[in-house]
Design a protein around this ligand. Structure first.
Ligand code: BG6
Length: 478
């Protein structure tokens, strides 16, 4: 059952993911979906809309027989969750589906709704739990607005559901390349011995997007870059990069290690957190408006569309090793990377040209696009002299595996149906993430930066460069 069935996420991600699963015969024949939303729609209209969404966004070709199988199990209920009478419609649709498809009462409730709508839905669901099968709840991000609200939300959800039934989604964990971070680190013998403060100079994590806010002003004005990306996706990437090896790939083993890292993360102070907001500019030659000109955004909005920060992970492995993170909308290109920059070779035995020095090795995990991993090493340029140049040893998914990469939501929806919460965020984890964000935003109430402070299509505010320059470093790929 999807709450928020007429929304953007359902059309862009959830139905295309369900279609991809159906396409690969990964859904049981009894599977069905009840869409719930406030819009007035007949079942036929709902089916048509979802079909159009699949045709537009799915990664596979459209096949009538695959779609029919999925469409047969669709139901639609118009409901306002605040209204108890509407609840009867939901119960009736579920009973109908149970009888028609033989679901055995097994249910996944997908809450693709804003945080304020979660509580009333959970209260309704909690009251009518008694069915024969299992029940699981997927909660979309952002999970709360700060530590306090996240705690409250956890309390509400956990008063009706066991932690093993709650699946807080962070779709970055469903990405192949993000999961591969664990295999890269713990499935290979050569990296782990040098994956620490002795050998690593610093880490840079970038989540840059060329997109703007795509008509999501009402959400984004509340969230900003820090709550939209840093609190969840970015801190998960930090946790996976910094965590200790778990003893197995069990949900709690992995999440225990991530929580330990998050507890150790802190920013060394307000001047190490930079925020920005884009003004008008150009993306790939096209003129685009500034954030304050986007529909639904107030003309003096102080919402940040860019955040860069220096973080420390205070433990034995990482003490004093900076983790620089940055994320923003309307940057020059879409790129998510984790760069592990190693310390330079201590002494060059070759004569280098004046002003030259050996470049440090960098292990670059390309989360997207051009998914893969590359290692920058120094090599001798062929010829008489001893000229040295950085080259790359590359692993590219496209070359090594001749299958398309699944979308994150495919993996996550299936994992939830199988009851595997490894790639979902646990209550304490989400709270630790909020504690970090709360500390970062606390000083923001006191000062008003001069917004906008970067033009769309540029690499963001000068202060973000200064953040690294102060430490004698610079952002990669500028
Ligand atoms: C979402 C954010 O969680 O992630 C969006 O709400 C953002 O603002 C998106 O665009 C990015 O996801 P991806 O998978 O395209 O990197």
């Amino acid at each position: 059952m999807i709450f928020g069935a007429s929304g953007d996420l359902t059309q862009r991600k959830l139905f295309p993911a369900l279609y991809a699963l159906a396409y690969r015969n990964l859904l049981p024949p009894q599977f069905g979906v009840v869409g719930v939303a406030r819009s007035d729609m007949t079942l036929d209209e709902f089916r048509e809309r979802m079909q159009a969404a699949v045709e537009e966004h799915a990664r596979d070709e459209f096949r009538e027989n695959v779609w029919e199988q999925l469409a047969d199990g669709l139901r639609y209920v118009r409901a306002d969750l605040a209204d108890a009478e509407d609840d009867e419609g939901i119960v009736a649709a579920l009973n109908d589906l149970d009888a028609a498809r033989g679901t055995g009462g097994n249910r996944v409730y997908y809450l693709a709704v804003p945080p304020s709508a979660i509580e009333p839905i959970v209260l309704q669901l909690g009251r009518r739990r008694a069915t024969g099968g299992w029940t699981r709840v997927i909660v979309e991000k952002p999970f709360g607005h700060d530590l306090e609200s996240a705690r409250q939300l956890n309390e509400v959800v956990r008063s009706y559901f066991d932690e093993s039934e709650i699946f807080r989604i962070d779709h970055y964990l469903g990405k192949e390349t993000v999961q591969n971070m664990l295999v890269l680190r713990f499935g290979n013998g050569i990296f782990e011995p040098i994956w620490n403060r002795q050998f690593v100079d610093h880490v840079q994590i970038t989540v840059s997007e060329s997109l703007g806010i795509e008509g999501r002003a009402s959400f984004y004005e509340q969230a900003g870059a820090i709550r939209d990306i840093v609190q969840n996706h970015m801190l998960q990437l930090v946790a996976l990069t910094a965590m200790e090896p778990p003893i197995d790939f069990d949900a709690d083993s992995v999440r225990n290690e991530k929580v330990k890292v998050l507890r150790a993360v802190h920013t060394p102070g307000p001047k190490h957190v930079v925020r920005g907001q884009y003004g008008p500019g150009y993306i790939e030659g096209d003129e685009v408006p500034g954030y304050r000109e986007e529909p639904g955004v107030t003309p003096d909005s102080m919402t940040e569309t860019y955040v860069a920060a220096k973080l420390y992970v205070d433990n034995w492995r990482w003490a004093d090793t900076p983790f620089y993170i940055r994320t923003g909308k309307r940057l020059p290109r879409r790129e998510t990377t984790i760069a592990i920059q190693f310390k330079r070779a201590p002494h060059p035995p070759f004569e280098l040209d004046a002003g030259e020095e050996l470049r440090p090795n960098v292990l670059l995990v390309h989360v997207q696009p051009d998914e893969g991993v590359s290692l920058a090493i120094s090599a001798k340029v062929p010829g008489q002299g001893m000229t040295i140049r950085p080259v790359h040893m590359d692993f590219l998914y496209g070359g090594a595996f001749r299958v398309g990469l699944p979308e994150a939501y495919e993996r996550l929806i299936l994992d939830c149906m199988l009851g595997d919460a490894t790639l979902f965020t646990r209550a304490d984890e989400v709270e630790e993430q909020w504690a970090i964000v709360d500390a970062m935003v606390a000083p923001w109430k006191r000062d008003r930066p001069h917004f906008p402070n970067y033009a769309a299509g540029t690499w963001a505010p000068a202060a973000a460069d200064e953040l690294l320059q102060r430490d004698g470093r610079s952002w990669r790929g500028r």
